[in-house]
Structures are given as C-alpha cells and as structure tokens.
Design a protein around this ligand. Structure first.
Ligand code: FES
Length: 181
C-alpha cells in the first residue's frame, strides 16, 4: 500500500476529516490495496489453487483407478456350488458365478481334484466348453483352446488364461470363494 493510501486509511479509521482534494472514493478507503500488489497476490493465489486442484484431481483419479483395478481383479463372495459326489471324475459342472449372468465351469480332475474357471473366452467372450475326450476347454467361436488344469491359453487366438475361481471344500460341498484374474 502506498504512503498516501495508508495515510488516508489511518485518517478514515480515526474519524478525521479528509481534505476533499485527497479524499478518495469510499471503496479505496475500504480496500486500501495497491493495484500491483493486488495483482501479484491474486496470481500467486490462483497458481496455488490451480496446483492444489490439479494435484487433488490427479490423486483422486489415481485412487479410483487403483480401486477399480483391485475390484476388477477379484470378484465374488463365498457361494456353495455343488456336492463333490455329484460330479464324477472326468466330468464338468456348469454354474453361474460370481454374478447370476456369469457362466462358469467346474471340472473334476483325476486325483479327486477340482478346478473352476470362468466360461468367458479371453478372446472375444464366447462361452468355452469342456471336451473330456480331448481333455481341454474349447471355444467354438474361433477354435480357442485352454488347458483344463490351469486355464492357460494353449491354442487359437486367445492370449490370456481363463479367470480361475478359487474353491473351498466344506465336507462334501464345493464352495466358490472368488474369481481371480
Ligand atoms: S471368442 Fe473364443 S476363440 Fe474367439
């Protein structure tokens, strides 16, 4: 603030009469800031605000991306599927998991082992089926082939393995726990 402006402000604060020749407009007494200083403060504050706003936006976007990534990688909650004794060795059981519209397949492998996979082909999302004679999971759309024990893509256009569904055995009941990428 200039010396002249501070003198006028002090006189106004003390209730002293201000000569007409130097009396400023009422707004100047109420806001005794020099234009240059006002401009500098505004720019600095604006820059700080812009940096804080963009930083917050970036952090929020990154957080949402991480949460979405975590959410996309594992889906589902424990759900009983079928009794193990109802699926003979070498046979498949088709079910829906983790959502009612999500098709999945459970296989009874030799050695009393069970595995389950999403039925959604990782190429263009056609449904894969178990072919016991060929001991494989097969996608009829473009002849994609997946390993029946690991879900790995072994032939055809698919490049990624089938999402696997973690299983738990409660007595004779097979329970799906979650779908993993
Ligand atoms: S959709 Fe399965 S191989 Fe193309």
């Amino acid at each position: 603030m200039s010396e002249r402006a501070s003198n006028i402000a002090r006189m106004a604060a003390q209730g002293l009469p201000i000569p007409a020749t130097v009396r400023p407009g009422r707004w100047r007494a109420a806001f005794p800031y020099h234009w240059d200083a006002d401009d500098l403060v505004s720019r600095r504050e604006m820059l700080r605000f812009a940096v804080l706003a963009s930083g917050s936006l970036f952090a929020g976007t990154a957080l949402l991306a991480v949460l979405g990534w975590i959410d996309n990688r594992r889906r589902g909650s424990p759900k009983p599927i079928v009794r193990a004794t109802d699926v003979p060795e070498g046979a498949a059981h088709y079910f829906n998991y983790p959502e009612p519209d999500d098709q999945a397949v459970l296989l009874h492998l030799p050695g009393d082992r069970f595995v389950a996979f999403s039925q959604k082909c990782t190429h263009l999302s056609c449904a894969v089926y178990f072919q016991p004679e060929q001991r494989r999971l097969y996608c009829p759309c473009h002849e994609g082939v997946f390993d029946m024990e690991t879900g790995e893509a072994v032939a055809g256009p698919p490049q990624r393995r089938l999402p696997q569904i973690a299983l738990r055995r409660d007595g004779d009941m097979l329970v799906a726990l979650e779908e993993m990428p």
